[in-house]
Design a protein around this ligand. Structure first.
Ligand SMILES: Cc1cc2nc3c(=O)[nH]c(=O)nc-3n(C[C@H](O)[C@H](O)[C@H](O)COP(=O)(O)OP(=O)(O)OC[C@H]3O[C@@H](n4cnc5c(N)ncnc54)[C@H](O)[C@@H]3O)c2cc1C
Length: 341
C-alpha cells in the first residue's frame, strides 16, 4: 500500500472541484484498506472514503486527512433458489458496468438504475434511486470494514436501515463503516417495472407494451442523456438536492398555490414533490449562477461547473436556492451531495 501526499482531488470528482488531500491511498483489497486505516490512526488524521467522486463537493481547501480511494474489484454470480441469482460485487466496481452485466445475463432488479455514475460501494450508502426503483430493494447484504474495531463484518438488508437517499452508513452509527463488498439478489424470471411516468411515456410513444430488460436499460439511458449533462464533459454531481417528502396535508395546501405541482406517490400520508418542477416553475431558477456555478439549463435540480467554479461558489448558489424555495413553499430543502472538508 502506497501513501501519497498533497494529491489534487479535483480530477477524481465529477464536479471537477476541490483542493488537495493531505494523504492519499488506493485500497485494492481489504488488507490494503486495513493498512491505510492503521496509517491514519497512527497519524491521528480523519479518513474519507472516495468512490467515483460523483456525489461529493470537496472544499477548495481540500481534506486535511487521509483520502482512501476504493479500488476493491471482483464480480461473482451465485445461483440461489430457483429464479434468483446473488450477484456479489467489490465496492470499487463501477456501478453502471455491473448493471450492464446483470442486464446481459437477463437478471432483473437494477435495470432502472442504469447510467448512474459512481461505484458499487457508494450505492448502499446513498440508497441510490431512479425511475421508481431504489437499490435497497435488491441488496441482500453489505460487507463492511469497521474502522474502530478493525474487523470485517456483514450487514443484512434490514441492518442497513435504508430510507430515501439514506442509510446507516451516513449516520453516526455507521460512519466508521467502509463498504467493501455488496450482494444483490436479482431475478432471472423477474418483470420489468415501467410504471414511472417518463418510462411509461417513452414506451407508449414507441408503442411497445412489453419491453425487454435490454430495452428498459436503453430507455433509461436515452431519457437520462436527454435530461442530464454528461459528467465526463460538464462538471456536475447530478441532482444537488433531495426531492422533498411532505405530508398529504402540506401537499394539498401547496397544490392550491401551484395547481400544476408535479408529485409522486410516496408512502401512506406522504407525497414526494418534484423539486426540479418547483425550481423551474415556481423559482424560475434555470440559468441562475454564482460565478461559474450554474443551475443547469435542462434540469433545474442539477448544478454544473461551467469551468473553474469553486466549491464556495457552488455552496453560495445552493444556499440561494434553499432560501428561495423556503420563501416560496415553506420547505427547507436538503442537499443530496456530500460536503467534504
Ligand atoms: C450526472 C449524475 C447523475 C446522477 N444520478 C443519480 C440518480 O439518478 N440517482 C442517485 O441516487 N444518484 C445519482 N447521482 C449521484 C451519484 O452518482 C450516486 O450517489 C453514486 O452512488 C455515488 O457514487 P460514488 O462512487 O461516485 O460516490 P462518491 O461521490 O465517491 O462518495 C459519495 C459518498 O459515499 C461515501 N462512500 C463512497 N464509497 C464508499 C464506501 N465504499 N464505503 C463507505 N462510504 C463510501 C463517500 O465517503 C461519500 O460520503 C448522479 C450523479 C451524477 C454526476
Amino acid at each position: 500500500m502506497k501513501i501519497e501526499e498533497h494529491i489534487s482531488l479535483k480530477p477524481l470528482t465529477t464536479f471537477g472541484i476541490g483542493g488537495k488531500a493531505r494523504y492519499f491511498s488506493r485500497a485494492g483489497s481489504v488488507a490494503e484498506l486495513e493498512e491505510a486505516v492503521v496509517f491514519a490512526k497512527k497519524e491521528k488524521v480523519p479518513i474519507f472514503i472516495l468512490g467515483g467522486g460523483s456525489n461529493v463537493l470537496i472544499s477548495d481547501e481540500g481534506f486535511a486527512g487521509l483520502v482512501i480511494k476504493m479500488d476493491i474489484l471482483g464480480i461473482e454470480f451465485v445461483p440461489k433458489k430457483s429464479g434468483v441469482v446473488e450477484v456479489v460485487a467489490g465496492a470499487g466496481e463501477e456501478w453502471d458496468y455491473l448493471v450492464g452485466l446483470a442486464v446481459e445475463k437477463g437478471l432483473h432488479g437494477i435495470e432502472n438504475l442504469s447510467h448512474i455514475p459512481g461505484s458499487v460501494g457508494a450505492a448502499p450508502v446513498q440508497n441510490i434511486g431512479a425511475y421508481g426503483v431504489e437499490v435497497k430493494g435488491t441488496i441482500s447484504f453489505v460487507e463492511v470494514f469497521d474502522i474502530e474495531s478493525g474487523e470485517t463484518r456483514v450487514l443484512k438488508n434490514k441492518g442497513c436501515q435504508f430510507s430515501y437517499r439514506d442509510s446507516i452508513f451516513k449516520g453516526e452509527k455507521g460512519k466508521q463503516l467502509i463498504v467493501t463488498k455488496v450482494g444483490f439478489e436479482l431475478k432471472s424470471n423477474g418483470k420489468v417495472n415501467i410504471s414511472y411516468r417518463d418510462l411509461e411515456a417513452y414506451f407508449s410513444k414507441k408503442k411497445v407494451d412489453a419491453p425487454t430488460l435490454a430495452e428498459v436499460r436503453q430507455a433509461v439511458v436515452e431519457i437520462r442523456c436527454a435530461k442530464l449533462p454528461d459528467w465526463r464533459v460538464i462538471g456536475t454531481a447530478g441532482s444537488f438536492f433531495k426531492n422533498p417528502i411532505v405530508t398529504k396535508r402540506s401537499f394539498v395546501a401547496l397544490r392550491k398555490l401551484y395547481p400544476e405541482l408535479l408529485s409522486y406517490p410516496w408512502s401512506k400520508g406522504a407525497v414526494k414533490l418534484s423539486l426540479a418542477w418547483i425550481l423551474d416553475n415556481v423559482c424560475n431558477a434555470k440559468g441562475f449562477h454564482v460565478g461559474k456555478a450554474t443551475v443547469y439549463k435542462n434540469q433545474a435540480l442539477v448544478l454544473v461547473n461551467e469551468g473553474g467554479a469553486s466549491a464556495e461558489e457552488v455552496k453560495e448558489l445552493a444556499s440561494k436556492l434553499q432560501a428561495l424555495v423556503k420563501e416560496k413553499t415553506g420547505i427547507m430543502i436538503e442537499p443530496e451531495v456530500q460536503w467534504v472538508e
